[in-house]
Design a protein around this ligand. Structure first.
Ligand code: SF4
Length: 384
């Protein structure tokens, strides 16, 4: 592991970021102030997943190693995996993916976990599995399995196509497949479900909306009697709390004040929470703009951008190459869900204070590159 950690460190380390953090997160260079959030970047789950994937290349020398989907949601880190010779399988493997793998092959399961059916099929092909699923994700599984055993429907607050939510939903079906689940993405969807709980409604209309994000054979009349809320570990705390209270109110209204048919487990992970809290703290300081670095498909990073945009101009970039010039920036728009180019992102004012944060899947070297590029565009001399 020492050898592995040294290699990981050499790929993702940043002396500048470490120094900046050690010095309290503020760096003043000429007329530009960079303020780094207290908690940012790689979380413990991501570090462990990367270490294990790197270790697999050293332990299973001579075996073919495959990665199920992405190790984490960061294209630069995934490209590093490929450069180590790790091959790619789709997160939901196709039949040709399954035909490709066989006895002696190693399959690395990413930090978000994988669906039970996928794991079983991989095993049935005779492959060995290196499971890097984060412990925090497994705690959510424990909760939804308990729901299944006790006849409670799991309401999963998450993005239905996200690997972690798919994996959690598969566990919510329980050991015998009889467990029920329903995925809600946001407060608006939770509102629809709550109104159905309160006053009934047309089950057909309900299923038209939620048929593809609920367990097979889901019946909203039967399956919303006892519900338990769990969330994808990387959701926005405030939204999860609002969903929680809306669903609880709906049960209370239907059951004349009795909320015993509603249960909730707080399954937002510590790392996500710390990054959101640190950003709120950072936004309380005087800032002209915020730069958030991370993979565009990263859920926890998207929520950091959501928090930032409520207060100041916030730019979601993949890496320093997005900072095209003083005027032009390529960035991800979380509303239209695509990378776009905008102008006028870096104000001309003589002194500027810029906040920086990064999602749990962003390595420090990418944060350093972004800081250096900002200073370069500002005409400041970057630190050695
Ligand atoms: S974001 Fe949370 S759940 Fe996901 S890998 Fe990191 S610690 Fe684990």
């Amino acid at each position: 592991m020492l050898e592995v950690q040294a290699q990981v460190e050499s790929h993702y380390h940043s002396h500048l970021v470490n120094t900046l953090r050690a010095e309290g997160g503020t760096m003043i260079t000429g007329k530009t102030t960079i303020r780094l959030a207290k908690q940012f970047g790689f979380c413990y789950g991501v570090e462990r997943a990367i270490d294990l994937a790197y270790a697999a290349t050293k332990v299973f020398v001579g075996n073919r190693i495959f990665l199920l989907g992405e190790i984490i949601h960061n294209p630069d880190v995934n490209a590093q995996m490929q450069s180590l010779g790790i091959r790619h399988l789709h997160a939901r493997p196709t039949s040709s993916d399954f035909e490709e793998i066989g006895t002696g092959d190693i399959v690395v399961v990413p930090a978000f976990g994988a669906e039970t059916e996928t794991i079983e099929k991989i095993k049935s092909r005779g492959c060995r599995i290196v499971d890097t699923t984060c412990g925090d994700v497994m705690s959510v599984w424990k909760r939804v399995r308990q729901n299944a055993r006790e006849g409670v429907t799991s309401i999963i607050h998450g993005k239905s196509s996200h690997e972690e939510t798919l994996a959690t939903a598969s566990r919510a079906r329980g050991a015998d497949g009889s467990g029920r689940y329903l995925v809600v993405f946001d407060l608006e969807e939770a509102e629809f479900v709550s109104r159905f709980i309160e006053g009934g409604g047309d089950p057909k209309e309900f299923m038209k909306r939620f048929g593809s994000v609920s367990s097979p054979g889901f019946d909203p009349v039967r399956d919303l009697i006892r519900i338990g809320l769990a969330n994808q570990t990387t959701m926005l705390r405030s939204e999860t709390e609002a969903i929680q209270s809306r669903l609880r109110d709906a049960i209370a209204k239907r059951d004349h004040g009795d909320t015993s048919s509603f249960r909730v487990f707080d399954t937002i992970c510590g790392a996500t929470q710390e990054r959101q809290d640190s950003l709120f703290e950072l936004l309380d300081k005087t800032l002209d703009l915020l730069v958030v670095v991370g993979g565009y498909n990263s859920s926890n990073t998207t929520h950091l951008v959501e928090i930032g945009t409520q207060r100041i101009p916030s730019w979601f970039i993949r890496n320093a190459s997005c900072l095209v010039s003083k005027d032009e920036i390529r960035h991800y728009d979380i509303h239209i869900k695509q990378e776009i180019t905008s102008t006028g992102w870096l104000p001309e004012s003589s002194s500027l204070s810029i906040g920086i944060t990064a999602g749990a899947s962003c390595p420090n070297n990418l944060i350093e590159d972004a800081i250096r590029r900002i200073l370069e565009l500002r005409g400041e001399k970057p630190p050695v």
